[in-house]
Design a protein around this ligand. Structure first.
Ligand code: GLP
Length: 242
């Protein structure tokens, strides 16, 4: 695992966007796994700026999603599908045709989870998966004590994560869904390159447990220690407990 400490979130965004651009120059139809939340936004902004400046051609890139709420109506602005389309797919000039995600509206959620794992494999696997981290060490929506070998499946959110995400739902925790579909930790670990970005002091404890603590299901991001190509990019605040 490589840990890169950058001065601030903007520098982290630029570094990761350049890593993605370099990948796409080598492999124009790369499958890029993206994450939601506030942390990755500087990555998407920096990558979009490179595309608009003609520094990289992403027209053949495919984008895939890490996780999704269950039960939000199709097209809900806070579904992760809508969020990724708005924040990544559209700014990059791509269309829904280049986008893969789990179906959070499916009647048969376990079947939708299995279908998503199959779709990722059939697409050739994820070349680079961008990850954020929850304050409790979760990646995707793999809450603490998720099996390190888990596949895409339905999970119940902890109260802490619903509180953290209530800001996207008018600060009303009652509007935050209880259930989600998430790529499992085993699924995430199949990506060829994992890049985790964490910024701000609020993530310092989770970063320290993930990077320097034991590999344990109680801290899902600690699984990255076992990955052959994992990069953890942290700003100075998030690195403050290392
Ligand atoms: C959600 C997402 C995670 C993300 C986390 C942290 O739980 N499912 O993928 O890493 O939020 O979000 P933020 O970057 O806004 O702190």
């Amino acid at each position: 695992m490589e840990v890169v400490i950058v001065p601030d979130a903007m520098a982290g965004g630029e570094l990761i966007a350049e890593t993605m651009a370099a990948l796409v120059r080598r492999k124009p139809d790369a499958l890029l796994g993206v994450a939601t939340g506030s942390t990755p936004l500087p990555v998407y902004e920096a990558l979009t700026a490179k595309v608009r400046a003609g520094a990289v051609d992403v027209s053949r890139v495919r984008i895939c999603q890490l996780d999704e709420y269950v039960g939000l109506p199709s097209g809900h602005p806070e579904s992760y599908r809508s969020t990724v389309l708005r924040q990544v797919v559209e700014p990059l000039g791509l269309t829904e045709d280049s986008f893969l995600g789990p179906d959070g509206t499916a009647r048969d959620v376990p079947a939708a989870c299995a279908a998503y794992d199959r779709a990722l494999a059939e697409a050739g696997g994820v070349d680079l998966q961008l990850l954020g981290i929850g304050t409790d060490g979760h990646i995707g929506f793999n809450e603490p004590c998720s099996s390190l070998a888990s596949r895409t499946r339905i999970k119940t959110l902890t109260r802490q994560t619903r509180e953290d995400n209530a800001r996207f739902f008018d600060h009303d925790i009652e509007q935050v869904p209880h259930h989600v579909i998430t790529q499992g930790i085993g699924t995430i670990m199949e990506a060829r390159h994992l890049v985790l970005l964490a910024t701000g002091e609020g993530k310092a404890e989770a970063v320290a447990r993930s990077v320097e603590g034991p590999v344990a299901a109680v801290c899902p991001a600690s699984a990255l220690q076992l990955h052959p190509h994992a990069t953890v990019v942290v700003d100075e605040a998030a690195a403050s407990r290392l």
